[in-house]
Design a protein around this ligand. Structure first.
Ligand SMILES: Cc1cc2nc3c(=O)[nH]c(=O)nc-3n(C[C@H](O)[C@H](O)[C@H](O)COP(=O)(O)OP(=O)(O)OC[C@H]3O[C@@H](n4cnc5c(N)ncnc54)[C@H](O)[C@@H]3O)c2cc1C
Length: 310
């Protein structure tokens, strides 16, 4: 519960763009998650900066969320302020660079699929790998989202972030370290990705559309995209040992704890079959980890970010 004076401050800043005690199940693709004390959607960067500075001043935790497609929010929910950038979304800008490519600049609250669609429409190569990845550009960059055909770090040219003290700072790509499903910045403390510049190359539009159709067909055939999930739950321990294959070989396809289930189509997808709780998902994940460890001696690490009070 947030103190009345804090609620008042937030209402004054954001009016109806702040929700109190908001069930996060309404804001995550798993449809799971307890209440956020305050869920804020600032509509300008200035409001966001004021919010970041105020939470710091008050010692309140600040959690940044995109579309919630790669998170598991705990049943107790999120303390402090949770902030989404979707209301700040501005137009996607295209400018030619000096290397024969095109720089696509967009705000972090824009959906990744919009960047993919713009690239396809304009005949720009580089973003097709991300077709079908749900969520925002900020989330995709933070997670260095990708597939076997590419990852965000391959196309990222620069990033503008808001530091914990509320200052906007631009980082060219060479200052960022790309890891497996993570991007590391030379910065201490929590940061908010504000904007990204993506470098793409002109290419045959027909070739791009053909590739897009092929990749989307493959995704739909191999993933339970229509079920509430957070995508792949575990990281692949090695390229030749995908977590889905290990979970399948450990005999866990279809395993369940309550309404939390392992998909039969793709064993690295845990989905919510109705009224699953975060506790059930975590218990199922633990059973999977134990079984894979027993069968192969491999310890699976979650790819999904677990957020909230435990
Ligand atoms: C059906 C399905 C398929 C998927 N397929 C793929 C896939 O092929 N490849 C893949 O990599 N992922 C995949 N995912 C996972 C997920 O969609 C991606 O990781 C996505 O990029 C996350 O974006 P988001 O906006 O939803 O981020 P969220 O889930 O909201 O957040 C993810 C993390 O990023 C942080 N974050 C979000 N925005 C910001 C910001 N502006 N500044 C700082 N930190 C931020 C959050 O705090 C959190 O730690 C899939 C998910 C689903 C449901």
């Amino acid at each position: 519960m947030m103190e009345p004076s804090a609620r008042k401050w937030l209402l004054h800043l954001l009016a109806d763009r702040v929700l109190f005690d908001e069930p996060m199940a309404r804001h995550t693709s798993l449809r799971i998650g307890g209440p956020a004390d305050a869920l804020a959607f600032p509509s300008t960067v200035d409001q966001l900066i004021r919010l970041v500075c105020w939470t710091r001043e008050k010692g309140l935790p600040l959690t940044v969320l995109g579309d919630g497609t790669n998170v598991l929010v705990t049943d107790k929910g999120i303390r402090g302020v949770t902030v989404g950038l979707q209301a700040i979304a501005t137009p996607v800008r295209l400018t030619p660079d000096n290397r024969g490519g095109v720089l696509v600049s967009a705000h972090a609250g824009v959906q990744t699929r919009r960047i993919c669609a713009t690239a396809l429409k304009k005949g720009l190569e580089g973003m097709n790998f991300a077709l079908g990845i749900p969520g925002t550009l900020g989330g995709a960059i933070r997670m260095n989202a990708g597939t076997s055909t590419g990852q965000m770090a391959d196309v990222l040219a620069a990033l503008t972030v808001l530091t914990p003290s509320g200052q906007a700072r631009r980082y060219p790509r060479w200052m960022l370290e790309a890891g497996y499903r993570e991007l590391v910045l030379p910065l201490k403390g929590p940061f908010v990705i504000l904007e990204a510049e993506i470098r793409l190359r002109p290419a045959s539009r027909r070739k791009l559309y053909d590739e897009a159709r092929r990749l989307m067909r493959k995704r739909v055939a191999s993933q339970p995209t229509w079920k509430p999930s957070a995508g792949c739950f575990f990281k692949n321990p090695a390229p030749d040992k995908p977590a889905g294959m290990l979970i399948d070989q450990a005999g866990l396809k279809g395993a369940a704890v309550g309404d939390a289930r392992v998909s039969r189509r793709h064993a690295n997808f845990i989905f919510n079959a109705g009224k699953a709780t975060a506790g059930q998902v975590l218990e199922l994940a633990e059973q999977i980890r134990r079984a894979v460890r027993r069968s192969f001696g491999i310890i699976l690490e979650p790819e999904v970010k677990i957020i909230g009070e435990t």
